[in-house]
Design a protein around this ligand. Sequence first.
Ligand code: PEP
Length: 253
Amino acid sequence: MAGSGRRPLVAGNWKMNGTRASLATVEGIRDGLSPALLEKIDVLICPPATLISSCVAATYGSPIAIGGQNLHARPSGAFTGSISAEMLADLGAKYVIVGHSERRAYHHETDDGVHAKALGARRAGLCGIICVGETMEEREQGRALSIVRAQLAIGIPKGATAQDTVIAYEPVWAIGSGRTPTPAEIAEVHASLREMLDKLVGEEAAKIRILYGGSVKPGNARELMAVENVDGALVGGASLVAEDFLGICNAYA
Ligand code: PEP
C-alpha cells in the first residue's frame, strides 16, 4: 500500500497446472509488464517444479522472479519425490510458497512443519511466502484472528526479515471460490498480523510484506490492493491467464 515503504509483490501460484506449452503465458506476462510498473512492484510466478527451469530461462534478463510452490525442510536425503530449497535455488528460484492451505489440507502440513520449511527456505537463500488463513467455520466461530495469529507465531522463523519472509493471508474459503472477505475484514486481519509480527520480530515487522490471496481477479484487485497493510497479492486461478494476471498487476499502475 502506498506510503508504507513496502514494495508490493504480485505473485502467481499455478498449482498443479501447466506444461511446456504454458511458457507462452510466462512470455505473455513478461512482455505485458511495462517498465514503469516494474519500477513500482515485484512480480513472481510460481509454476509447477517441472517448469521452474524453463520459466527462469524465459524470464532471464527481466525482473520477474520465479518461485517454487513447496519444499522439503531438509537439504537432501532419502525423501523420494521431494524437492529441497537448495534444489529450487539451484534452478534459479528466488521464492517458495510455504504452508499453502492446499498443502495443509491434502498433505497434513502442520504449523511446526511450516516452521521447518520456512527455515529450510532461509537456509538456501530463498524468500519463504508463509501462508495463513482460517476456514469459514473458524470465521463463523469468531476465531479468524486467533487462528491466523497462531499460524504466524508458530510458522515464522525467529529473526525473520523482509528479505527472507513474506506473509500471505489466504482465507481458505476464499481460495478458488470467487468469494472474498470485505475490505474491512481484510484490513482487520492484516492489522492483526502486522501487530503480531511486531511482537515476533520487532521493528523488522514494518518492512515485512503481507499479501492477500483468495479469488483476486482483475475486477477486484484495485479495491483489495488499496486496503491498508495489503502489500500485494497471491493469485491462483487468475495467474494462469496472462491477461488476467497482468490486469491484477496493473492495479498498481
Ligand atoms: C491460491 O491458491 O493461493 C489462491 C489465492 O487461489 P485463487 O486466486 O484461485 O483463489
